[in-house]
Design a protein around this ligand. Structure first.
Ligand code: MLT
Length: 264
């Protein structure tokens, strides 16, 4: 697994911030946020299995499961000398962050849940994912998921910043079809982790774009109601890709989360 150091820590830094990306993308969707986070802390972003520079074709990887992604993140962080961090994930990255909390609780000092949900897929959503995974594998291309570039962003971005849609489409085009199918199957298999979140006493930030149609406001409100120490940030003029659409707001929310984790 590839770990990208988006910012080096200085001597008096707080806990590192680890960023987990959404689907079907890679660590680059966090770059606009990384430079805007307060403080001297290290900012790391991984390419999850099957995305960016991390292959899912690794024969050591088991059946598609986000638990395998979480274990791979923990392993890569340990190799980088990180045994405790503030972990933030957007959408699929949020699912992996919750799996990380379940399987490696000592690693997670604070949790950023950005444009994501703690619940499992509905039967329809699961069937749709498996159908798309089959299409991607049958075509040997990412074409079946390319239209997501237009729906990941909100209506404000579609109208005012079409270059961001093109940027996201280019990121999607660069993904490995086998990895895209692996991620879809892994997401389809994930359980509801709302009860896990209810039991986490550490600081949580729940962040959602007010125009997010993929993990909408209600999904965020469900997590806020569950997490004992959640701060809730609704990002105006943003859809599902808040890290790219409105990076200042997301960075401010994560800076606050990291400060809370440092002082806990
Ligand atoms: C993502 O942004 O990671 C995906 O939209 C997640 C999903 O399909 O549930």
């Amino acid at each position: 697994m590839t770990v990208h150091v988006l910012r080096e820590a200085s001597a008096d830094a707080g806990l590192p911030l680890v960023l987990l990306h959404g689907f079907p993308l890679d660590h680059r969707m966090w770059e606009p946020v990384a430079g805007r986070v307060d403080g001297a802390r290290a900012v790391l972003a991984v390419d999850l299995p099957g995305a960016g520079g991390s292959t899912a074709a690794d024969p050591a990887l088991p059946e598609p499961a986000l638990e395998a992604s979480a274990d791979a993140v923990a392993h890569a962080l340990a190799a980088a000398g990180v045994d405790r961090a503030v972990v933030a994930g957007l959408s699929m990255g949020g699912y992996v962050a919750l799996a990380l909390l379940e399987r490696h609780p000592g690693l997670v000092a604070g949790l950023g849940l950005v444009d994501t949900r703690s619940t499992a897929d509905t039967d329809d959503a699961r069937a749709n994912r498996l159908r798309i995974a089959d299409e991607v594998l049958a075509s040997g291309s990412v074409d079946p998921v390319r239209p997501m570039a237009g729906t990941l962003v909100g209506e404000t971005t579609r109208a005012s910043a079409p270059e961001l849609v093109e940027q996201i489409a280019a990121w999607i085009d660069g993904q490995d079809p086998g990895g895209v199918a692996w991620s879809q199957r892994a997401m389809a298999a994930r359980p509801d982790r709302t009860e896990l979140l209810r039991g986490f006493a550490g600081p949580v930030a729940v962040v959602v774009g007010e125009e997010d149609q993929i993990a909408p406001l209600e999904a965020a409100e469900h997590m806020v109601a569950a997490a004992p120490a959640a701060q809730f940030v609704v990002v105006p003029r943003s859809g599902h890709m808040s890290t790219v659409e409105q990076p200042d707001e997301v960075a401010a929310a994560l800076s606050d989360l990291a400060a809370r984790a440092d002082s806990a």
